[in-house]
Design a protein around this ligand. Structure first.
Ligand SMILES: Nc1ncnc2c1ncn2[C@@H]1O[C@H](COP(=O)(O)OP(=O)(O)O)[C@@H](O)[C@H]1O
Ligand SMILES: [Mg+2]
Length: 367
């Protein structure tokens, strides 16, 4: 999709021969699943945790407190400008966003001595049990658990959106859940501040929804398959929606689809709570003008058991795209920007001042 290698304006790094790897003072080297990790000495006892397209994540013990944390090592962050941009966005957003339902970053480090040789970037976050994809593989959630999980995802999204950020990659593997059924939204690599690129469909700001996808589509088989799957559930869009698609190519593509009827959701999910199905019906609507907003969804009957309208904080200010970020073109520009991010976080109050969140007396819901 957007990350395909032949996108114009993407620079690829010419790494040349690998530089001699020196372990700087205060750091140690650990090999984990054939990957070399160079970390500050206080992170020990590494164990693999998860892997996505852009990073490898392990758990480690933070020696001073004995707490286990999660460490993400970006996978070749400077392989291309796309990789670098993803790395930068994730660091900047996790530094800025602060909310119960957003992953809490507590440390960022690199063993590299200066911006010009920056090649290895790691960040540390509070370890949050497992991700929803793994959980769903091994257990069937109760309706109460689903209510609580959906409520927190929406609560987190409300905050993220209030900061002017769209996540664009919300899916089970990017939703961490701990044994107390607490949710943390993670993986902000695709997230971005809303801007003119989002006006592919004017009224849409918050989702990387199908109509946005239409405008960004590269018409690869994957894109088309994805769209086909969406339409096989929600049906092909009606004529009044066509005019809202900016890209002519996409509009023609949609127009020429043989019409598919929207599925009956109650029949698709016969064992689900009918109130949940009702909310899902409202969310899975192609036309964003007709789709339920996060704020309204939070007030839906399905979530009333857990919803606390007075405790749904929003951001005090929007995260914006700054000039340096707008103007960054080469991989070295991104090196500078990421180097600054690392330095900024190193001196932040949040770094390593985290406290264990296991001291709450409330009876948690087990998962
Ligand atoms: N703090 C964390 N707690 C628990 N699991 C985590 C944490 N951070 C990452 N993970 C796990 O690692 C996986 C990959 O991390 P992610 O940030 O999504 O990387 P990628 O950008 O490569 O997709 C996630 O799907 C999740 O399973
Ligand atoms: Mg991910």
């Amino acid at each position: 999709m957007g990350d395909s290698a032949n996108v114009p304006g993407v620079f690829f790094a010419d790494f040349g021969p690998a530089p001699p790897e020196i372990t700087p003072e205060g750091y140690h080297e650990v090999e984990l699943n054939k990957t070399k990790w160079i970390l500050p000495q206080w992170y020990n006892n590494l164990r693999p945790l998860g892997e996505g397209a852009y990073g490898v994540v392990c758990t480690a013990e933070y020696e001073p407190t004995g707490d286990r944390v999660a460490i993400k090592k970006f996978f070749r962050p400077f392989q291309s400008t796309i990789h670098a941009k993803r790395t930068y966005r994730e660091l900047k957003l996790l530094r800025t966003l602060q909310h119960d339902n957003v992953l809490e970053m507590i440390d960022v480090f690199t063993p590299d001595p200066e911006a010009s040789s920056l090649n290895n970037v790691y960040f540390v976050s509070i370890l949050t049990g497992s991700d929803l994809q793994n959980i769903l593989k091994i257990q069937t959630l109760t309706d109460e658990q689903i209510q609580l999980l959906i409520y927190q995802v929406l609560r987190g999204l409300k905050y993220i959106h209030s900061a002017g950020i769209i996540h664009r990659d919300l899916k089970p593997s990017n939703i961490a859940v701990n044994e107390r059924c607490e949710v943390k939204i993670l993986d902000f690599g695709l997230a971005r501040a809303q801007d003119t690129e989002m006006t592919g469909y004017v009224a849409t700001r918050w989702y990387r929804a199908p109509e946005i996808m239409l405008n960004w589509m590269h018409y690869t088989q994957t894109d088309i398959d994805q769209l086909q799957r969406i339409m096989s559930v929600v049906g092909t869009p009606k004529e009044d929606f066509w005019s809202k698609i900016q890209s002519e190519e996409a509009r023609n593509y949609i127009k020429n689809r043989p019409p598919i009827a929207r599925q009956n959701f109650a029949a698709l999910f016969p064992t689900a709570n009918p109130v949940a199905v009702e909310l899902l019906e409202m969310m899975l609507v192609l036309d964003p003008d007709r789709r339920i907003s996060v704020s309204s969804a939070l007030r839906h009957d399905y979530l009333k058991e857990y919803s606390v309208p007075t405790d749904e904080p929003v951001a005090t200010e929007a995260v914006t795209t700054d000039r340096a970020e707008e103007q960054a073109t080469t991989i070295d520009d991104w090196r500078e920007l990421i180097w600054n991010e690392v330095r900024l976080f190193q001196t932040s109050a949040r770094r390593l001042s985290f406290v264990s969140c296991t001291d709450n007396d409330e009876e948690p819901m087990k998962i």
